[in-house]
Design a protein around this ligand. Structure first.
Ligand SMILES: *Cc1c(COP(=O)(O)O)cnc(C)c1O
Length: 422
């Protein structure tokens, strides 16, 4: 089905709107969630480690097997999962960890709570995923790990990242919080690095209110991660008391019950999102001033949302004018994503990580070398944020919704480009 705008007069100028019917909607949680929640309650306990408890055990087993790895640990959030992974990787305090400047604070919280130092590598301008060449430039003798973020569900270039990691003996922790069921060169993201960390917060492809899952192939790392998620209590009785410092990030049986039900739908949800996202890519390909997200044809992106860039010069309009015109056509569109790169946040520019310990761990004996966090560190990422726009991709949308979104983008971009010189 192809829909073409019959009128070229933009809705923002009083012309007809491209989209006049509501977007498709659906229920995110249903009878399966309710059934599993009731089963959890009927156990008489919501604590994962008791014999009667089956939901967290069942969920982690199912999650791991869906990704073809032997082990998974359930946590209270994606952030908690990332923290557990950094801890279980046994990266010493004061180490540098290279990550992306366009990510959720959760990625940075995980690094900083282990007293490690975030180092930002610049991004590919067409994917907003980390650029392997820039990772190489940011490596120092203190570098111990890389946390690639699979932004919007589009896989980061894992082959290149793993090659760098092997060369420099670095741990790789994949931040898959936006990338349920995505594949990089045919392999599930989250199974390629040493750890893969997923989020189940309310906004991701699947959710359980809040929650997280950490995947690993390595049995020893898994045991450590399990201990790091549960106060270092040896629930199997293999040690009598905690042997190191670990937070309490345990998932409860209710969250696991909802997650279990969500896992039964995740492939449908992500399949829909992949199909719709790729269709939009195809539909707006080659338009003047519009840069669709680059998805490698060998990868499977699960489009948490659809983010593209506007080249204001080629378009003949500002990003805001373009976004306003698209909204007027009936396609909800936001200008931008994060307000700035993560390193431009006050917490970084002022290095106020731990109150009363200015700059710590930077400038302390753990990491005596200075580090500056300031505008200009990652010019491509900054330019990306200045020029990007987002529309929603949702599994409940209809093909008509998708085609009308494409038609609206085509109509607006074509109009601006054609009227550029008038
Ligand atoms: C959502 C998200 C997180 C954190 O997940 P929470 O479950 O909200 O803690 C981490 N990294 C990225 C890239 C995210 O999008």
């Amino acid at each position: 089905m192809t829909i073409t705008a019959t009128e070229t007069k933009l809705a923002i100028h009083g012309g007809p709107k491209t989209k006049t019917t509501p977007f498709g909607k659906g229920k995110r949680f249903g009878d399966k969630e309710l059934q599993y929640l009731k089963e959890a309650l009927d156990q008489g306990t919501l604590f994962y480690a008791l014999a009667a408890s089956q939901k967290t055990k069942g969920m982690t087993q199912k999650f791991a097997s869906m990704y073809g790895v032997p082990h998974a640990v359930a946590t209270t959030s994606g952030t908690a999962g990332l923290h557990v992974a950094v801890a279980a990787a046994q990266i010493p305090p004061g180490s540098e960890i290279i990550t992306s400047p366009i990510t959720d604070m959760g990625t940075l919280i995980a690094i900083l709570y282990q007293n490690c130092v975030p180092v930002f590598a610049d991004l590919n301008p067409y994917t907003a995923n980390v650029d392997p060449a820039d990772i190489r430039r940011r490596i120092t003798p203190r570098t111990r790990a890389i946390i690639p973020v699979h932004l919007t569900g589009n896989p980061a270039p894992m082959d290149e990242i793993m090659a760098i990691a092997r060369e420099h003996n670095l741990v790789v922790i994949e931040d898959c919080a936006q990338a349920h069921r995505a594949k990089c060169r045919g392999r599930w993201v989250g199974t390629i690095g040493d750890f893969g960390c997923f989020s189940l917060n309310d906004f991701k492809q699947i959710g359980a209110g809040d929650g997280g899952v950490v995947l690993t192939r390595d049995e020893a790392k898994w045991k450590l991660a399990q201990l790091y998620a549960d106060k270092c209590y040896y629930r199997d009785g293999s040690a009598r008391n905690p042997t190191f410092l670990a937070p309490c990030y345990r998932m409860n049986e209710l969250t696991a019950a909802v997650t279990l039900a969500q896992l039964e739908k995740v492939d449908w949800i992500c399949g829909q999102r992949n199909k719709y996202g790729l269709r939009i890519n195809e539909g707006i390909h080659g338009l003047p001033g519009i840069l669709p997200p680059a998805v490698d044809p060998r990868d499977f992106s699960t489009f948490w949302f659809y983010m593209f860039r506007v080249d204001e010069k080629a378009l003949g309009a500002t990003r805001q004018q373009f976004v306003d015109a698209l909204n007027a056509e009936g396609i909800p569109t936001s200008a931008g994503y994060l307000q700035c790169c993560v390193y431009e946040y006050d917490i970084f520019t002022k290095k106020q990580f731990f109150p009363g310990a200015a700059g710590f761990p930077v400038g302390s004996p753990l990491h005596p070398e200075p580090i500056e966090y300031k505008k200009g560190l990652c010019p491509v990422a900054e330019e990306y944020l200045r020029t990007c726009a987002r529309i929603e991709v949702n599994e409940f949308h209809t093909e008509q919704d998708v085609e009308e979104s494409i038609a609206a983008i085509r109509k607006v971009a074509t109009w601006f480009a054609e009227n550029k010189k008038r």
